[in-house]
Design a protein around this ligand. Structure first.
Ligand SMILES: NC(=O)C1=CN([C@@H]2O[C@H](COP(=O)(O)OP(=O)(O)OC[C@H]3O[C@@H](n4cnc5c(N)ncnc54)[C@H](OP(=O)(O)O)[C@@H]3O)[C@@H](O)[C@H]2O)C=CC1
Ligand SMILES: O=CCCC(=O)O
Length: 345
């Protein structure tokens, strides 16, 4: 059965909240104006929207740090934890509190977000020793925004709900810059009341949110989006290299693409630095390859053939073996260059 889905753009968010709700997390200044405009029609008298409760954040990498930072800047009471403790320091300077384990964060907060690297780390932080589940209890919520497969998400969800707490999966579309700008797209599934409860927080960190039904649907949507993105990047890389080889200026190709039907922000954003063989990391190549691996398993589970993705995955694997795992995923072009070089010899 197709998942029931609904989308809420940010400006519509305050209308979801009962007028009586008094939440303690003030929205960013830019959002207060939108909230105030809506509050006059929804009956909210104070012109602001607040979240009631303390917010935990586990995992302060490229994505987690700016997301937590936006919550703090919006006035939320945020407690952080990261495996490498030093990454907490910039957040502590902004006013965050620190707890020494995921369990202690979850126990001291009403809602805890997790933004971890992969299925293994997401499961470990949620369900392992001193993991978040050990600090959860009825009335609390756990929101996993990492990109994982549906089976891992379900496993995490079962452990979380066994404590009496609620679980929402909410992977994000959008990279480092949208995370910094509070413009992510949340692909949520799981407990719908938790979804409604954390909506004001999602609206601080993102520009839109989809509720997709049962746990697993958010993970699946995210993997489908990222498998398209990973294949697009490979195709774009092939185009850049071919244009150069036949004597065209690849910068002109980037410009031509930007004006036509296949225009995409990703090409305009990454193209100019790819031409210069520079790959400043926004989305690490190792995570893109992880997502292709998970998308291939998802396709296999329903006997769907995705040969383009399978071919793209091999190139990302080759790029990893060239030592490019921590570079931006656009560095996959280097695997194509290496292939061309070895076939010339
Ligand atoms: N970067 C992007 O553009 C986007 C990424 N994503 C997804 O978001 C997630 C995070 O991505 P991103 O922030 O880029 O990744 P990073 O690699 O920058 O951060 C990964 C985080 O996971 C933590 N971590 C890794 N392994 C463990 C472990 N075994 N135990 C505890 N913590 C661990 C890291 O801790 P430590 O600091 O100690 O290493 C760090 O906090 C991934 O699932 C990714 O696919 C989704 C959308 C966009
Ligand atoms: O998972 C990473 C997604 C990156 C993006 O959407 O730009």
């Amino acid at each position: 059965m197709a998942a029931a889905a609904f989308l809420c753009a940010r400006a519509a968010a305050p209308a979801l909240l009962p007028p009586s709700r008094r939440l303690h997390c003030r929205l960013l200044a830019s959002r207060v104006a939108a909230a105030a405009a809506l509050s006059s029609s929804s009956g909210e008298g104070d012109g602001g929207v607040e979240f009631q409760g303390k917010v935990g954040f586990l995992g302060l990498g490229i994505m987690g740090a700016p997301m937590a930072s936006n919550l703090i800047k919006a006035g939320c009471d945020v407690t952080v934890w990261n495996r490498t403790k030093s990454k907490c320091d910039p957040l502590l300077s902004l006013g965050a509190k620190y707890e020494p384990s995921p369990a202690e964060v979850a126990s001291s907060c009403d809602v805890t977000f997790a933004m971890l690297a992969d299925p293994q780390s997401a499961a470990e932080v949620a369900c392992g020793a001193d993991g978040a589940a050990e600090g959860l209890a009825p009335g609390k919520g756990y929101v996993d925004v990492s990109t994982v497969d549906g089976a891992t998400s379900k496993l995490i969800g079962e452990r979380i709900t066994s404590t009496g707490a609620s679980f929402l999966e909410a992977p994000v579309s959008g990279s480092k810059k949208p995370a910094e700008d509070g413009l992510l797209i949340f692909l949520t599934a799981g407990d719908e009341s938790l979804y409604k409860r954390v909506a004001p927080l999602l609206d601080v960190m993102g520009k839109s949110r989809f509720y997709l039904g049962d746990v697993g649907n958010g993970a699946a949507m995210k993997l489908v989006v990222n498998m398209v993105m990973g294949s697009m990047m490979v195709s774009f890389s092939e185009g850049l290299l071919l244009s150069e080889k036949v004597g065209l200026d690849p910068n002109t190709l980037v410009e031509v693409i930007s004006q036509g039907a296949i225009s995409a922000p990703m090409f305009s954003l990454k193209g100019p630095s790819m031409v210069k063989a520079a790959y400043p990391t926004a989305f690490p190549l190792k995570h893109q390859q992880k997502d292709l691996r998970l998308a291939l398993a998802l396709a296999e589970s329903v006997s769907q053939s995705i040969p383009t993705v399978a071919a793209a995955n091999e190139l990302y694997k080759a790029a990893k073996s060239l030592g490019l795992a921590d570079h931006d995923f656009s560095a996959v072009i280097e695997a194509l260059k290496a292939k061309a070089h070895s076939s010339q010899q």
